[in-house]
Design a protein around this ligand. Sequence first.
Ligand SMILES: O=C[C@H](O)[C@H](O)[C@H](O)COP(=O)(O)O
Length: 267
Amino acid sequence: MSAAPLQLPHLEGVEAAKRAAAYAAVDNHVNHTHKIIGVGSGSTVPYVVERIVQQGANVNADRWFVPTGFQSKELIIKSGLRLGDVDNYPEIDVTIDGADEVDSKLNCIKGGGACHLREKVLAEAAATFIVVADYRKESKLLGDNWKQGVPVEVAEFAYAKVLRQLVKMGSTNAVLRMGKMKAGPVVTDNGNFVIDAAFPEAVMRDPQDLLQRIKLLTGVLEVGLFCNMAKAAYFGNQDGTITSKLVDGTVKSGVVFDVTKSPAQTS
Ligand SMILES: O=C[C@H](O)[C@H](O)[C@H](O)COP(=O)(O)O
């Protein structure tokens, strides 16, 4: 006998797209043998956690969930899941995270929420790193959609020097990210500042090279370019379908995904 459909809140547009992408990613990449799970940041990730909770209390009882920042830490705790840390669990089975933009090779811009340092640690620590997003994040070339620039986390005392170096490196617009409803700059969960550095298309064509050059600037903690890290990306589309892209180039578009169908449960 098949399980009764899940009673889910009705969502429309972008929110429905995020939920579908997140659910599909969990169903395809978080299986019951996975015990250490990295939980990313952003507005799509709550749906990832929602789907993991739907896998059942039984399967989640002996899992540990490692957060990429304050937001995901709260999410894990409020969902009744066990909170771990990368100190205890430096090897993660699977990390699922959002993104600001994903190119056709699954390179990403991340850090719109200033979480990219911890996010990259958890992506690198994971055997499998999966990205979830809505259709607005999918592009051919990084920078096509995300115009804010590459997020660069810097030590507070080094920001002016790094900002100057980013401009010399060709950034057309490098700015210290300022807080909203707060006087002064954004301070990350690690106590650092963030510079958003936009680069011309010619530079963005080789994100790996740009990443390496920025990373070498003293004072830079991490760059929000995630190159050759994701194994798969899931995008929720406007029409309710999803698109999945694997790192081997496999693309499935227009996939109908029924979010009301329960994930497989363990007894
Ligand atoms: O620092 C934040 C992270 O990289 C997020 O995953 C990214 O900004 C996407 O967030 P959202 O899903 O809210 O657009």
